[in-house]
Every structure is written in C-alpha cells, then in structure tokens.
Design a protein around this ligand. Structure first.
Ligand code: 5AD
Ligand code: SF4
Length: 429
C-alpha cells in the first residue's frame, strides 16, 4: 500500500483543496500517513499571501531534500499559490521536486502521480467550476464546499487574482447535490467557500443559492466566507434574516479605516460605505457577529490614517479580527507603490491594532455570560481535557464539560458560564 503525506499552508480554500488532493490519492489506492518518512508521495499545498507563509514553505521544502536523496523514488509535489506563481522556477530552485501543480489544476494529480518525468501545471482552467473531484474530508460534522473559484477584484496588495484566476461560479445544482450527499452521511454544518461569495452568479445569485440550500433537510447550519463589503446587498441582508439555517455571523474584511488607504488598496468602498452596511446588518439582524481583516502599514499610510483604523475598531466593535503587516507581493500593484514603511512602523501599528481589538473582543465575549446559546458540538476539547467543544451560531468557540451526555454533531442548548478572549464556557441545559 502506498502512502501520501500532505502539508497545508494558508487559508480555508487551501485546506479544502488538500481534501480534494487527498480524495484523488485515496481513489488511486493511496493511504494517508502523518509522517513524511513513511510517505511515497509528499504534497506541499502552499500559500503566497504574505512573505512569512512563503518563507515557511521554502524552509520545509529544503528540509525534505535529504530524504529525497536517500529515497529517489519519493515523489514530491508542490501545489497551491506558490506553485502557480513560481511555476518552473520551483524546479530550478529545488530540482528534487517532481511536480508543480497550481490551484486550478488539482485534477491532473490523478494522472501524474504514476508518471516518471518532471511536470509543471499552471495553465488557467476555465472549466474548474465544472470539475468534480473526490473529496477526503477531515471532519465528520462540518464540511467545506466550493461555490466559486478565483477573484476579479484585484485589491492592490493581493496575489490571489493572479494565483487563482478569474471568478468562476459553480452551477447551483452541483452544489445542492454535494450538500445532499453530505446530509445523507450525517454532516450538520456546511461552509460555502469563495474569495468573494457575494458575487456568486450562475443560474442564480448568492441570496438565491442560500435559499435553495436553506431548504435542504438535515443541514442545521449554513456559513459562508468571504464577503466583500462592496457586494453586500440589501437583498442578501434580508435573505440572511429570513433563513433560519444561515448563521448570524459575517466575515467582512475592512482592511483599513482610512478612505484614502482604501482607495490605494482598490477596495471600491469608503469607510462610510462600510459603516452604513454594518449598521444595516445590525439593525436587521441584531445578534449578528461581525469579524474582519485589517492590514497594518500599507504604503503611504500615515499616522493619521493608522489612527483612523484604530478609531474604526472602537467605533465598529468587531467580534474579532485577523490583522497582518502589509507584505509586498511581486506582481501586485502595491508592490510598486511609493511610500513603503519600515518594518518597525508596521509592527508598532499592528501591535496597537491588536491591543485595542483584544479588549473589545474580550468585552463582547463577556457580554454573552448568562445567555442561552445553541451549540453544535464539533468534538472533544484539545488534548483530552475532558470537555466538548462547539460553536455558537455566531461562530464563538464554547467548551462544555463532557460528563454531559452529548456527541459530536449534536445540537445542544447551553448557558454561558464563563467568557475569555478566545473562548467561552457553558453548561448544558
Ligand atoms: N499583505 C498583508 N495582508 C494581506 N492580505 C492579503 N494580501 C496581503 C498582503 N499582501 C490579507 C487581507 C485579506 C486576508 C486574507 O489577508 O487582509 O483579507
Ligand atoms: Fe484578494 Fe481582494 Fe480578491 Fe480578497 S477580494 S482575494 S483581498 S483581491
């Protein structure tokens, strides 16, 4: 029996792509292994969104060179966004790599894994949304589902439109079939994946798709990532309110509180546009939690601009954020912008952003103390802590003592007893 080892870097899209690669390998008769030493095929599914992720991969790749020397029959594939960007360059830099497979070409894995020569697959694949691949899912309760691929937005800092190509939406029928199969297998929660789900458009638009999914029996919870503020329509907000399975959470990346910087980022909304949408969301769905992404130290960002971002955090009060230092990515327009900032300035700004947000996150979690919440149990707490973990509909992690009689996949009602910055605790009612 041959074995595969997959190491995944980066976003949920990559995590799900890895599930597809695992699915292909399994259907070719390979078995999963958690040790590189035992593997016949090693796949690195890479991320190039920031330099740090890229460096991490290249150091991992360097480490496997000696293994390949000892075992020349070991197949090494580099997949994901760095594969797409570097193409043949990877083989020049690391001649011991066998295959380079961009994120639009996962389907070739099936054919190349048995061949002997070096191969690079980085062509655009306009048929990606019609390609159905076997999927070896990591989880039994929650499932990722691609509804669209690629991105047309070209935010000036972002490499994604170059690595994942133009937007291609999957037909709703194929999405629905996939979800129905999952419900038959007992899945309870699905997360619809796309770089910009709000611009989904096939035989229906995104609110229309949600309505169709909301009607499927067996699914308890529907989530989706990521939403672009410019495409967040009133139709969607009302649809969210009316559909009982769609969870009250939206990840809505703001990126900066300065309209000047937003323009430089090519985000196509002002700070005021953004806050109006948040107000509307909260007015119509008062319990909604909103999370966001922030970039610190974009080129030409002044102290004033940064202060506007900090002020935005205090005004909007996100439930949580991901924040990053700006990382110049070759090929993007921001790469060539004047006014790059020293790392020290970026670090200081990032630090302040976290400092301000951490207090808000903790306070918002504490507000939930004493409330009654619906929790979907996902599994045991880490390292056998004797607890279950699950999430609220608003996507907050809750730990629950496990002497209570419950199983992963169960939906239970709990009373929140304690709240910290990272998680909540609750007792089953
Ligand atoms: N530098 C820093 N952060 C970035 N992101 C995307 N590209 C960059 C970059 N070059 C962040 C954005 C995006 C999230 C997924 O990653 O905030 O929303
Ligand atoms: Fe990147 Fe902007 Fe597309 Fe998101 S919407 S993937 S940040 S280009």
């Amino acid at each position: 029996m041959k074995r595969y080892y997959i190491e995944t870097f980066g976003c949920q899209m990559n995590v799900h792509d890895s599930e597809k690669m695992a699915g292909i390998l399994k259907s070719e008769g390979y078995m999963k292994t958690d040790s590189v030493q035992n593997a016949d095929v090693v796949i690195f599914n890479t991320c190039s969104i920031r330099q740090k992720a890229e460096q991490k991969f290249f150091s991992e790749l360097g480490r496997i060179k000696s293994l390949k020397k000892r075992r020349p029959d070991l197949k090494i594939a580099v997949a994901g966004c760095i594969a797409q960007q570097e193409g043949r360059g990877i083989l020049e830099r690391a001649p011991y790599v066998d295959y380079v497979v961009g994120p639009q070409n996962i389907n070739v894995l099936k054919d190349i894994i048995t061949s002997q020569s070096d191969f690079v697959f980085t062509d655009d694949n306009p048929l990606i949304s019609e390609t159905e691949l076997p999927i070896e899912r990591k989880d039994n309760v929650r499932a990722w589902i691609n509804i669209m691929y690629g991105c047309n937005n070209f935010c000036s800092y972002c490499i994604v439109p170059y690595t994942r190509g133009r937007e291609e939406s999957r037909a709703s029928g194929s999405i629905i079939n996939e979800i129905k199969e999952l419900t038959d297998r007992g899945y309870k929660e699905i997360t619809l994946l796309g770089q910009n789900v709000n611009s989904y458009m096939s035989d229906t638009n995104f609110p229309g798709l949600l309505k169709k999914i909301n009607e499927i029996d067996g699914i308890n919870r529907i989530r989706f990532v990521t939403s672009h503020p410019k495409d967040l329509s009133d139709e969607l907000i009302h649809a969210l309110k009316d559909m009982e399975k769609v969870c009250e959470h939206m990840h809505l990346p703001l990126q900066s509180g300065s309209t000047k910087v937003l323009k430089l980022m090519n985000r196509k909304y002002t700070y005021e546009d953004y806050t109006k949408k948040v107000e509307k969301l909260r007015k119509i769905i008062p319990e909604i939690s909103i999370t966001s992404d922030i970039i610190a130290g974009f080129p030409q960002e002044t102290d004033e601009d940064h202060k506007e971002t900090v002020k935005a955090l205090t005004e909007i009060e996100f439930d949580g954020i991901f924040a990053f230092k700006f990382s110049p990515r070759q090929g993007t327009t921001a790469y060539n912008m004047d006014g790059r900032l020293p790392d020290k300035v970026k670090s200081e700004r990032l630090y302040e952003i976290f400092e301000v947000q951490n207090i808000i996150t903790e306070r918002k979690n504490k507000e939930l103390k004493g409330t009654i919440q619906e929790i979907l149990i996902e599994g045991k707490g880490e390292k056998d802590t004797g607890r279950f973990t699950g999430r609220t509909r608003t996507n907050k992690i809750v730990n629950i003592p496990s002497e209570d009689n419950a199983e992963p996949g169960d939906t239970i009602t709990v009373k929140i007893t304690r709240a910290g910055r990272h998680s909540l605790e609750g007792d089953i009612l």
